[in-house]
Ligand binder design. Sequence first.
Ligand SMILES: Cc1cc2nc3c(=O)[nH]c(=O)nc-3n(C[C@H](O)[C@H](O)[C@H](O)COP(=O)(O)OP(=O)(O)OC[C@H]3O[C@@H](n4cnc5c(N)ncnc54)[C@H](O)[C@@H]3O)c2cc1C
Length: 328
Amino acid sequence: MSERRKIAVVGAGIAGLALARSLHDIADVTVFEKSRGVGGRMATRRAGAGGFDHGAQYFTVRDDAFRRMLEPAIEEGIVQAWTGTIGSCSRTSPGIRHEAVLSPRFVGTPGMTGLPKWLSRGLDVRLATKVDAIEGVPCRWEIAVGSERIGPFDWVVTACPAPQALALLPASFSRREPIANANMNACFTLMITLEYPALSDHCALRYDDEIISFVADNSSKPQRSAQPSLVVHCQNTWADRNIGSDLDAVRSAMLGNLAKLMPGIASNIAAVEIHRWRFANVDVASADDVLIDVDSRLAACGDWTIGNRVEAAFLSARKLSQALGASL
Ligand SMILES: Cc1cc2nc3c(=O)[nH]c(=O)nc-3n(C[C@H](O)[C@H](O)[C@H](O)COP(=O)(O)OP(=O)(O)OC[C@H]3O[C@@H](n4cnc5c(N)ncnc54)[C@H](O)[C@@H]3O)c2cc1C
């Protein structure tokens, strides 16, 4: 019987976890994650009376393989539908247009991180472990964490945003160019605790405002705290222009425009927190969606190989796991 390969995965977002899960029957997989919890941009922050989904708001399940993987999580109630109507508000036409539901919307429970936590069950995930470099040679790669060297690993796969992958992958990785071609936008997110509910007919509103892009009724999602709360995302182009700005100034600008869009909101706010996402959304995906170099035994995956969605991150990992499985 051939020896099981050792694989290091950098990043415990949906892509890294889906990849590790699909490989852990045929290889020894270790996932390294710099944060204290799993999920990456499928994020939930505890604040006030409950938790805020301050990254991805919901996800679609269009792909059959994604659906098959999620079925047990749906049965367990870890993944549930987020029902309700999303409204769309335009500067050029008055009123709120109801968006058609083209594909059901799903969320993790009791917060968005419910799904990545479920995915990580039984996996070897090293939390609070920031990978500083990938050192060594193929089949003897080492993961550098401060002065510590962890390994050796036969393969290393990055499952983090494109700019972070590019910074980590050694020069010998032959697929650097498609990574460099991918472009990611920033975003700022407000987490607002309210005194009383603000959205009555909608679970979320989309805006074409200069600053505000999306307002979600966080408390309308299943199994959330009853405390009324909103999650507010800004426009990516505005975030890119303001990425280096002081957070208090960003918060004031966002709250200023929110007050214009939702008259009366200012007197309803009990508390506000803000989060800066440096690499939030995929603006331009890489030209190639399977980034593997069999000679150097390095590979990369993440939403940015396909598009700007949770489902894209899963599909990226799935495509890579098929290519890797054939090479192990
Ligand atoms: C504000 C916002 C709103 C969004 N809204 C939606 C939405 O409504 N619907 C939707 O489908 N998608 C949405 N998305 C996109 C969705 O969240 C992503 O497509 C998906 O979560 C990406 O998963 P990933 O695994 O590719 O990357 P990530 O989730 O970014 O995971 C990468 C992980 O790598 C870790 N990492 C990075 N560098 C290192 C290192 N050196 N060492 C160790 N660990 C490292 C990070 O900490 C992170 O946990 C949104 C994203 C944001 C930010």
